[in-house]
Design a protein around this ligand. Structure first.
Ligand code: NAP
Length: 259
């Protein structure tokens, strides 16, 4: 299927590795020019070079912390007018409900709620002016089914979800389509780190902790960044123009719900 977005420009945040990288790569495969971002310059430049070589698209790489005002200013200055925005950043640390104080919540809200909102506010007006745009926010399955140890994530991402639910409906009539992509467990560095924590808590090896987690997923495996990216590219495509303010769950069936 031709997604009809060749020649468009996309900003994909937090994209040197993992799910962001999967999205960047899937968009590049459709001929979309990219602005990629991550904090670590080395991995980012390497990812940008690989994508340029593989897909022949223009890739601008901006090393910056997207959760800070200075970092966002740097990324937005390099991005200029983009047609597609994929918001993403690292997730908050796990813990117990008793662990977190105001400062922890402010940090999580800054990273996983207020950063995507700031990017939307900066870039969507230009999309509206040009009459076409796509926004995909990478959130988490935790907005549908809470993960108790990720209370900071549950709280911040649900706040973003509420904002997107209203905003998506305000901008859809002006050509801008906004949705959220909700990853369940995917095979990335983040998953390896979570498996490490689970292994310690259960007193088993990391491969054993992974095996136990896989057994809880109807698909029997972790998702891949490539399949996550393919769904993101579809939500950024011409064909997604009637999908408004949705929360698309990619979890191998892990959330046991009818709707
Ligand atoms: P990952 O494999 O750890 O990759 C994270 C990417 O984001 C890296 O490129 C990293 O590069 C970049 N990054 C992290 N913090 C950043 C920041 N402040 N500014 C700019 N770039 C930043 O993580 P992932 O698994 O792809 O997860 C992506 C998001 O999905 C996270 O919010 C995670 O919590 C959420 N999620 C993941 C899963 C899963 O199973 N993987 C499930 C549910 C939700 P640098 O470190 O160099 O900045």
């Amino acid at each position: 299927m031709d997604l009809g977005i060749a020649g468009k420009r996309a900003l994909v945040c937090a994209s040197s590795k993992g799910l962001g990288r999967g999205c960047a790569e899937a968009l590049a495969a459709e001929g979309v020019h990219l602005v990629m971002n991550a904090r670590g310059a080395e991995a980012l430049e390497a990812a940008a070079a690989e994508i340029r070589a593989a897909y022949g698209v223009e890739v601008v790489a901006v090393a910056a912390d997207i959760t800070t005002e200075e970092g966002r200013a740097k990324v937005l200055a390099a991005a200029g007018d983009v047609d597609i925005l994929v918001t993403n950043a690292g997730g908050p640390p796990p813990g117990m409900w008793t662990d977190w104080d105001r400062a922890d919540f402010i940090a999580a809200l800054d990273a996983n709620m207020l950063t995507p909102i700031a990017l939307i506010k900066a870039l969507v007006p230009g999309m509206i002016a040009r009459g076409w745009g796509r926004v995909v926010n990478i959130t988490s399955q935790s907005v549908k089914a809470p993960l108790a140890v990720l209370g900071l994530s549950n709280a911040a991402r649900t706040g973003l979800t509420g904002y997107v639910a209203g905003t998506a409906r305000q901008v859809a009539g002006q050509g801008v389509i906004m949705n959220n992509l909700l990853p369940g467990i995917h095979d990335t560095d983040r998953a390896t780190a979570l498996d490490g924590g689970a292994a310690k808590a259960q007193g088993v090896s990391v491969p054993e902790a992974r095996k136990r987690r896989e057994a809880t997923i109807p698909a029997g495996r972790y998702g891949t960044a490539a399949e996550f990216g393919a769904t993101c590219a579809f939500l950024c495509s011409q064909h997604a123009g009637f999908i408004v303010g949705q929360n698309v769950l990619l979890d191998g069936g892990a959330v046991n719900a009818t709707i």
